[in-house]
Each structure stands twice: as C-alpha cells, then as structure tokens.
Write a protein that binds this ligand. Structure first.
Ligand SMILES: NC(=O)c1ccc[n+]([C@@H]2O[C@H](COP(=O)([O-])OP(=O)(O)OC[C@H]3O[C@@H](n4cnc5c(N)ncnc54)[C@H](OP(=O)(O)O)[C@@H]3O)[C@@H](O)[C@H]2O)c1
Length: 253
C-alpha cells in the first residue's frame, strides 16, 4: 500500500530532506508550509498556516502520517505549541494514524525559553489523541554556522566549555522518513552527530574554514544553564551516527 505522508515545514532545513527522502522511498508526499519554494518532483505543495489552522483540513485529507518539521524562533509558542494542538485536531478529524515530531536532546535539562516551548510541544503530542512518535536530535550544522556567522558580524568568535554534538539534518531526515513509514512508537532512540566538541573547538574550526579572524569571546559556564551545557546536556554520545563532523561539513558546504 502506498503511504501518504504530509511533511509540515517541508521547505525547511530538516523538512526539505525529509520530503526528498520520502519521495525516493516511493511515498506520496505533501509539503505543507506557508510559502512554496523548491517543490521537488514527486511532491506537491499545500499552503497551510499553523498559527491560524488555515489549509490544514484540505492538506490532511487522506494522509496516513504527518511529520512535523515546522519551526519558528520568533513566536515559537504560537507555532510549536498552539500550532501543534491545531495540527493534532486537524489530524484527528482527518483520521491520520501517526504524528511524528522532531525534538531536541537535553531540553529538559537546559533552562532556555525555546527549550521550554519544545518541552510543551512534546507534552501536547504525548497528551493528544493521535498516536505519535518523537525523535530527539542534536544541533544541526547549519545552526552553528548561523550562530558563528552572526557573532562574527560583531567582530567576535564565541568560545567556551559548552559541548555540542552537531549533526547533518540529512541524517536526521533519513531516520524520520523510516519512522514515518513505520508504526507509531512513542519516544524513539535519540540521534546525534559523530563527535562531541566544545564551543571553542567548533568556533575555531568555523573561523579557519571561513577565513574569519575574530576576537575570542568566552561564554562563561556559570549558572544552571552554563553548567548543563558544559556537562554535555545537549549531547548523547550513545546516539552518535557516522555522518560528517562539523569540520567535514564546513569543508563541503
Ligand atoms: N535547527 C536545529 O539545530 C535543530 C536541532 C534539533 C531539532 N530541531 C527541530 O527541527 C524542527 C525544524 O527546524 P529547522 O531548523 O529545520 O526549521 P527551519 O529551517 O526554520 O524551517 C521551518 C519550516 O517551518 C515552516 N513554518 C514556519 N512557520 C509556519 C507556520 N506558521 N505554518 C506552517 N509552516 C510554518 C517554514 O516554512 P514557511 O516559513 O514557508 O511557512 C519552514 O518550512 C524544529 O522543530 C526544531 O526544533 C532543530
């Protein structure tokens, strides 16, 4: 039987490779987002807005599984928590049998506003009426690139003992695509990059690869957040995968 999968946020850093992987696996794939950019052959785009629920009922008719790879850093609560509730309601009405979401390793240990929102998103899914799976991943290479290049515009290079285990979202997408074509399984085993590195090591690699000499700016490991980051709360060495390290990815991207 051909599985119909809707990928919410299917144009994003993670969503786009999820769409490509599912198309390659022979699924019928719908990309759901507010704006259509590159729609790959084999997928179709449906315009939806999680902040209003607009378009969801039509986009989910006949769908077997939903992969939610939407994101928003501004107004995160509205998209990730209230938006998840709207999405789950629409899934229930459409008879969707599997809601699969992506979360982040360590969100229950690191006191950051965005992570509190991600935890609330997980709780909405776990308490919702649609059978679910949740995959927690470590930080994507693109997120570090973005953070270092933003700091670089202020003439600095962040350093410190915080530990990160960056991963290529294409590897995460492959795991999500497999999970979307399988039965709902609750919390899935974490997925993380091949190497745990400190902020100092990662930013040094970024500066060398991008040819940017910047003033090192030490981010202290004080307080609950700093201590948790230095203790490796965002990492899961047992969940390491064999994809590219940040340095290898920098050499290619
Ligand atoms: N980035 C990381 O390092 C990382 C690590 C682990 C887990 N995650 C999780 O992975 C997920 C995806 O992150 P990402 O970095 O791939 O995001 P992203 O590149 O920012 O993509 C966000 C996607 O969401 C869509 N979107 C935003 N607002 C929407 C709305 N109101 N209605 C419908 N669609 C909307 C966007 O399309 P439009 O703007 O066109 O609507 C886009 O397709 C998030 O849940 C994030 O927490 C991220």
């Amino acid at each position: 039987m051909n599985t119909v999968v809707a990928v919410v946020g299917g144009t994003g850093t993670l969503g786009a490779p999820v769409v490509r992987t599912l198309v390659a696996k022979g699924a019928t794939v719908r990309m759901l987002s507010r704006n259509a950019t590159d729609v790959p052959a084999g997928a179709e785009h449906h315009r939806v807005d999680l902040t209003s629920g607009e378009g969801l009922a039509a986009a989910l008719a006949g769908v077997d599984a939903v992969v939610d790879a939407a994101n928003s850093t501004k107004g995160a609560e509205e998209v990730l928590v209230a938006g998840t509730r709207r999405l789950l309601e629409a899934e229930k009405s459409a008879g969707v049998g599997h809601h699969l979401a992506i979360s982040i390793i360590g969100i229950d240990q690191v006191p950051m506003k965005y992570y509190r929102v991600k935890l609330a998103q997980e709780e909405a899914i776990e308490g919702g009426a649609v059978p679910w799976s949740i995959l927690r991943a470590s930080q994507f290479h693109q997120l570090l690139e973005m953070a270092f290049s933003a700091a670089s515009r202020f003439g600095v290079r962040p350093t410190g003992a915080a530990k990160v285990q960056p991963i290529d979202p294409v590897i995460v997408a492959a795991r999500l695509a497999d999970a979307a074509l399988a039965a709902p399984a609750g919390r899935l085993p974490d997925i993380a990059g091949p190497q745990v590195e400190t902020l100092s090591e990662l930013s040094r690699a970024w500066a060398a690869a991008r040819g940017k000499r910047r003033l090192p700016l030490r981010i202290p490991s004080w307080g609950k957040m700093g201590k948790a980051l230095a203790a490796g709360a965002l990492c899961d060495p047992a969940a390491r995968t064999t994809g590219e390290t940040f340095e290898e990815w920098l050499g290619r991207a």
